[in-house]
Design a protein around this ligand. Sequence first.
Ligand SMILES: [Zn+2]
Length: 203
Amino acid sequence: MPHVLVLNASYEPLGVVSMRRALILVLNHKAIALEDAGTTLHSATGAVQAPSVVKLTRFVRVPYRGPVPLTRRALFARDHGRCVYCGAAATSVDHVIPRSRGGQHRWDNVVAACRRCNHTKADRHLADLGWRMKRPPAAPSGLAWRVIGTGIKDPRWRPYLEPYGGLDQFRDFEHHDHPEAVLPAPVRTRPIRRGEQHAPLSA
Ligand SMILES: [Zn+2]
């Protein structure tokens, strides 16, 4: 089943939920569908268009969540799935300042790398090898990362996410039009926190 982008009543991206959860929101009038997925779902009571993007009917306040969580998936999204050193397909995570030399596991010290570069670099500094990066790694920012960080992509989401940051990453949407290809595991999203109104999303 495809996933569905959930927007706040203000159009801010909140996260990604399963089709089932999105349908429950729509059927309970907690959300309206903005974009159809192009398929029809049949139930005992009738047929309904499967949504691809839904918008909550009531605004929910989302507490500040701090930086984008550093996950392999989010890191590969930031670096476009390419080795930052040579441009080959990335298969591993490299610590720019090696951990053995005190480098930390933080956005500004990790990059996507191919196995070859990672192996060649081993526990050396870039300067030791004469390697350079186009730009220093940095933590991504912008509300769109609530979605980009999950690694789930659907080209229909693009116009809704684009105003919220991570513009570069949206070029990748064109090359990965099949969300199932990047869906190895169920994604947990918690768009709404405890103490807030919309119980169905926080279940
Ligand atoms: Zn490489």
